[in-house]
Write a protein that binds this ligand. Structure first.
Ligand code: NAP
Length: 287
């Protein structure tokens, strides 16, 4: 699908490099097909030597003759990047942006380019277990949609959605989700250590419990409440723990965390306001 087509990674940091690794590891593209542009010469050198791809600090050079231009910069870099790219992206290229909160309309206007896909991957893409939600502008052709699927499937699972706001919702749930899960994991491991397990034991028990619970849910296709009831004996240990979780407002807290992430994503979609008193803008976070 992506054979012989040039893929330009404009911005190749944490997510860009994860995507690059997946494309090469899954054989979706070869090093010869990929060019990357970044800010620093040191980063260029790392990308050239590690992956054998073309890497440059010149964005215009990177996007020349590209069939797919993947925007992997942070959202706050786009206002200065887009004017540099305008008129330099091949007219028939697909632009695929992973910038949190940056709308198709902003990209369309900023780049004067219509074929745009907005995608939200997550960091488990680093090990090929990502979940990416994507929305395509109407100008994206059927062939470009197929290319998007081929590219995103290299990162894990992908889901095309018909409403752009779904990408904002996904940003809060699956984009930010790994951060929430890692905090839960930390808390469970800490509890194990508090009880006297060593750290390695506590981490193994926690990770296997989470992975096994997910697999049980997948295979039985039961509602999570039903599986929870099955492990909750009257007056037992699980019932005692669940009582504390409900008393502490875990359900509401998790729900509020995801809603807060959603609101923040929607703020990122608004035009950048003037700098704050402390010199930081709300765009300076990415997921
Ligand atoms: N991290 C996540 O969990 C996650 C999840 C989903 C989506 N995203 C999205 O992915 C995007 C990238 O995030 P990240 O965490 O990968 O950021 P990152 O590690 O900071 O990488 C950004 C890259 O962009 C390069 N860059 C910055 N300005 C540039 C410019 N003007 N021209 C060319 N390259 C430029 C940087 O180059 P240097 O290395 O030389 O500085 C760096 O390689 C964000 O838009 C974010 O919303 C992130």
């Amino acid at each position: 699908m992506l054979q012989d087509r040039k893929i330009a990674l404009v911005g190749c940091g944490t997510m860009g490099e994860a995507i690059l690794q997946c494309l090469l590891a899954q054989g979706v593209a070869t090093a010869a097909q990929i060019s990357a542009s970044v800010r620093s010469e040191a980063r260029c050198s790392h990308l050239r030597h590690t992956y054998g791809i073309e890497a440059t600090t010149c964005n215009i050079q990177a996007v020349q003759a590209a069939a797919i231009v993947l925007l992997g910069v942070k959202p706050q870099a786009l206002p200065t990047l887009m004017p540099m790219l305008i008129g330099n992206i091949p007219p028939d290229a697909l632009v695929l942006s992973i910038a949190a909160g940056i709308t198709v309309q902003t990209l369309h206007q900023g780049l004067n380019h219509a074929a745009i896909v907005r995608a939200m991957p997550n960091t488990p893409a680093q090990v090929g277990r990502g979940m990416t939600v994507w929305y395509a502008a109407s100008a994206v052709t059927r062939g470009q949609r197929s290319q998007t699927i081929a590219l995103l499937q290299a990162l894990g699972k992908e889901l095309e959605v018909q409403q752009e706001t779904t990408v904002d919702q996904a940003t809060a749930l699956s984009g930010a989700g790994p951060g929430f899960i890692f905090l839960v994991i930390e808390a469970m491991v800490d509890a194990g250590v508090q009880m006297g397990l060593n750290h390695a034991q506590a981490q193994t028990l926690t990770l296997e419990t989470i992975a096994g619970s997910v697999e049980l849910l997948r295979q039985t296709q039961q509602h999570p409440a039903s599986l929870r009831n099955q492990v909750t004996s009257p007056g037992g240990a699980t019932a005692a723990g669940l009582y504390e979780l409900e008393k502490g407002g875990l359900r509401t807290t998790i729900c509020n965390a995801i809603l807060a992430a959603f609101q923040r994503t929607q703020q990122l979609s608004q035009p950048a306001p003037a700098k704050h008193e402390h010199g930081s803008s709300p765009r300076e976070s990415e997921v």
